[in-house]
Design a protein around this ligand. Structure first.
Ligand code: CA2
Length: 144
């Protein structure tokens, strides 16, 4: 089984500021957590981060036919991007949306998610553990 974990804009800056919202762990620490969990569950994982909407669309499209599940934190594009919504719909790969913070308790504009409609689940407010929960969900769904 192969999973793709995608992070959108500014998530490469994790741990640098706003620790009260996003915690103190870095993007590299998140990558290690994801890789360690994938190894423990014996699945292949690829991590990808970009600050550019079109690059994120390209990565989702490139997953078509070779990836069993996507975990995506679209960052601020969550709240604006029909292009990401359409890309996830287009590839038809089971996708879980993750947010480190609890977006439902933040500004009104963060409570809107375009991506959610294309995702099998949304995990929000569980910190970095949300990524692991999302991977577990996809792996366990895939299991016979
Ligand atoms: O809670 C989440 O995971 C978000 O997707 C994170 C995005 C934000 O735009 C979404 O509304 C919710 C922000 C990514 C990281 O932004 C940073 C801000 C300051 C310092 C470091 C990262």
């Amino acid at each position: 089984m192969k999973l793709l974990v995608i992070n959108g804009p500014n998530l490469n800056m994790l741990g640098i500021r706003e620790p009260g919202i996003y915690g103190t762990e870095s993007y590299e620490a998140l990558c290690k957590k994801v890789r360690d969990y994938a190894a423990a569950r014996n699945v292949e994982v690829e991590l990808y981060q970009s600050n550019h909407e079109g690059d994120l669309v390209d990565k989702i499209q490139a997953a078509w036919g070779n990836t069993d599940g996507i975990v995506i934190n679209p960052g601020a594009y969550t709240h604006t991007s029909v292009a990401l919504l359409d890309a996830v719909k287009a590839v038809g790969i089971p996708t879980v949306e993750v947010h480190i913070s609890d977006v439902s308790k933040r500004e009104a504009f963060r409570q809107v998610s375009y991506s959610r409609a294309a995702c099998v689940a949304t995990i929000s407010g569980h910190g970095l553990d949300g990524y692991i929960e999302a991977m577990a969900l996809l792996i366990d769904k895939k299991a016979p």
